[in-house]
Write a protein that binds this ligand. Structure first.
Ligand code: ACM
Length: 631
């Protein structure tokens, strides 16, 4: 330890940074609280000694770091837990807690001869390790050993801790099923950016994904639909001869394995059982759950247009007995304190047709269907609490009156979250405006179609604590990836990154350190790391926005703008593929009268960096007409 402190002190402090700059060459995401860069660099030796001391059980962190270093550098890594051994990398738990660091903060020193990470808790050391990895060259992300590299990290002194304790991503595994191994990959990607919560949307109209042993039909029937490819929501109605073999579910052993995998990476899994709406898979499995006659003929949705009752009957004791069984097993499977019970977008029109619901309203003195949902949610809250869990739901659960201890996830903007916090309820912010990862990232002609767009720069504006909210009740924030149009795991990655970087920084870094001009160069550095790691990301940040209008000259004008500066856009109207020897965009283009398409590509200097975009002129005309109609 003495030896290590001595060598650390040899590094000469040259720069006190308040935000990483191009000058320092650092590109850490999320931005740490404080970064001091120093002269000199650490060179990883061929034999690395990781020492975790004193005596604490830091095996999770050391084996994670060992694995990371051996995989790409091929270094011989030994781990020991004796303080007396000279260390290359030393991980130490503070004997006396450093209160500024809290449970997840860390203090990382990189010196010429050694590295030291201190924290109050193992989670802090784990996040220190994540930062350390980002200090090494991008090749450290390689899944294979790269020979002949000099593995250097700049000398730094970084003090860091999160702004929020709830830093989440939601993955919808119902609309499309992602395997246990894919979920593990997602967790691995998340923890690099210091996320600590994976919300799994386990049930919906298209599939029930968690084994409930007392209700086997949920997964023998409810986990499968027809494999359709194309644009979800517009699929043909399944015919009886189409096999219902698409989908899958997690066995209880799978869930335990995932929970353990997550725990070893200091990440919690929040299960969501979405009721009383979005429940078609449950209704198909157990039609007695429905108020609507004929529900026994329903089928799990495969993405076709449909108008069937996907709600649970709030007036039937069968429903609550069902939910009690589900909750008994869910509560045992997932150790996290909260269970998310959905509550969104319940189509109450089905309830309005039911005599049994009318009788319930009379008996309970309920005058609106929002109050009926509130009655349902309050009973559900009691079931959840009887299993020792905290109840959470989407912000619709506020509408008819919130249960006493309900926590709210605010998705329809931030209003629900503000209201709930003022009523004294815990809140997680996850508004569509900034945090919906299913939205398109670029122009509609470039992306699988969804009804809205969320650009990276907009996601970066995410601020989980609005002025009028009760800040102490805002647990944090998360982004949600709904998977209707996400058919495979590469697309999960594409939709998540880089917007997941923006959200990570919004929930970890100090508010005053967020800065777009400083952020996007770091994003580009992370792209290079993802290229090494074989992780897909969206390059949409290089795609321009197209703004079409009709000028006073009655001709169509197209303005092109990019999210990041210093890009050159080259274009053509003659159907050929532009390169950097084509006309460069400098001012709004006037579309030639007979042109049928505008093609553009972005360059940085001599390098094509954006995608070739083909924009039909007819599409631009439609946009102008639509916007004129809206005026
Ligand atoms: C939601 O997006 N329906 C919560």
């Amino acid at each position: 330890m003495k030896k290590l402190s001595f060598s650390l002190s040899l590094c000469i402090i040259t720069y006190f940074g308040f935000g990483q700059t191009a000058k320092t060459g650092l590109a850490i995401i999320p931005e740490p609280v404080s970064v001091i860069t120093k002269k000199g660099e650490f060179i990883l030796p061929k034999h690395v000694m990781i020492v975790a001391a004193p005596g604490a059980d830091l095996k999770l962190v050391t084996s994670y770091l060992k694995n990371k270093l051996t995989t790409s550098t091929g270094a011989l890594v030994t781990t020991k837990n004796s303080a007396k051994i000279p260390a290359t990398i030393k991980l130490t738990l503070n004997i006396k807690a450093d209160t500024a660091l809290g449970k997840e903060g860390y203090h990382l020193w990189v010196g010429k001869k050694g590295i030291l990470i201190r924290a109050n808790e193992p989670a802090g050391l784990f996040y220190g390790v994540q930062t350390l990895i980002q200090l090494f060259p991008k090749e450290i992300e390689s899944p294979e050993v790269i020979a002949g590299m000099k593995w250097t990290a700049p000398c730094v002194d970084i003090k860091d801790y999160p702004r929020f304790s709830w830093r989440g991503l939601m993955l919808d595994v119902s609309r499309h099923f992602f395997t246990k191994d894919e979920v593990k990959q997602y967790i691995d990607q998340m923890v690099r950016y210091k996320y600590n919560l994976l919300h799994m949307h386990l049930t919906d109209d298209e599939g029930w994904r968690v084994e409930i042993k007392s209700l086997p039909r949920l997964t023998t029937v409810g986990a499968y639909n027809v494999n359709k490819v194309g644009e979800f929501g517009r699929f043909s109605t399944p015919t009886p001869d189409e096999p219902r073999t698409y989908g899958g579910f997690y066995t209880q052993d799978d869930i335990r394995e995932l929970v353990q995998y997550a725990k070893e990476r200091f990440l919690n899994i929040l299960p969501e059982i979405d009721v009383p709406g979005h429940s078609l898979a449950a209704v198909v499995s157990y039609p007695e759950l429905s108020v609507t006659p004929g529900a026994d003929k329903y089928q799990v949705r495969s993405g076709e247009r449909t108008n069937v009752d996907n709600t649970l009957n709030p007036s039937s004791e069968y429903t609550y007995a069902f939910l009690d069984k589900v909750m008994t097993e869910v509560a045992q499977l997932f150790p996290f304190a909260y269970v998310h019970m959905g509550g969104d977008e319940c189509n109450k029109a089905w309830w309005a047709k039911s005599d049994s619901v009318t009788a319930l309203m009379k008996r309970e003195n309920l005058t609106t269907y929002e109050q009926v949902q509130s009655y349902f949610e309050k009973r559900l809250e009691k079931i959840v609490e009887s299993k020792g869990k905290k109840f959470m739901g989407w912000d619709e659960i506020i509408e008819g009156g919130l249960g006493p201890n309900a926590a709210v996830m605010s998705w329809r903007g931030i209003k629900g979250g503000i209201t709930a916090s003022k009523l004294g309820h815990e809140v997680v912010m996850s508004p569509t405006t900034f945090a919906y990862l299913d939205y398109m990232q670029s122009d509609r002609v470039m992306e699988p179609h969804v009804y809205a767009t969320l650009r990276l720069s907009k996601a970066y504006e995410f601020e989980p604590v609005p002025d009028s909210a009760d800040a102490k009740l805002i647990l944090g924030g998360q982004a949600n990836l709904w998977a209707e149009q996400v058919f495979n795991f590469r697309q999960v990655e594409y939709m998540t990154w880089p917007r997941g970087f923006a959200i990570a920084e919004s929930v970890w870094s100090p508010k005053e350190k967020k800065n777009w001009n400083n952020f996007y160069p770091r994003v580009e550095k992370q792209f290079a790391r993802f290229n090494e790691a074989n992780i897909k990301y969206a390059p949409s940040v290089y795609d321009p926005d197209f703004n079409a209008s009709v000028g006073a000259d009655s001709l169509m004008h197209v303005a092109l703008t990019t999210e990041i500066p210093n890009l050159d856009i080259y274009y053509s109207f003659d159907n050929s593929y532009p390169d950097r020897f084509y006309p460069k965009y400098t001012e709004p283009l006037i579309v030639p009268k007979d042109a049928t398409q505008l093609r553009v590509i972005t360059y940085r200097g001599k390098e094509p960096i954006g995608r070739m975009i083909t924009m039909p002129i007819a599409e631009l005309k439609q946009r102008v007409e639509r916007s004129n109609r809206r005026r």
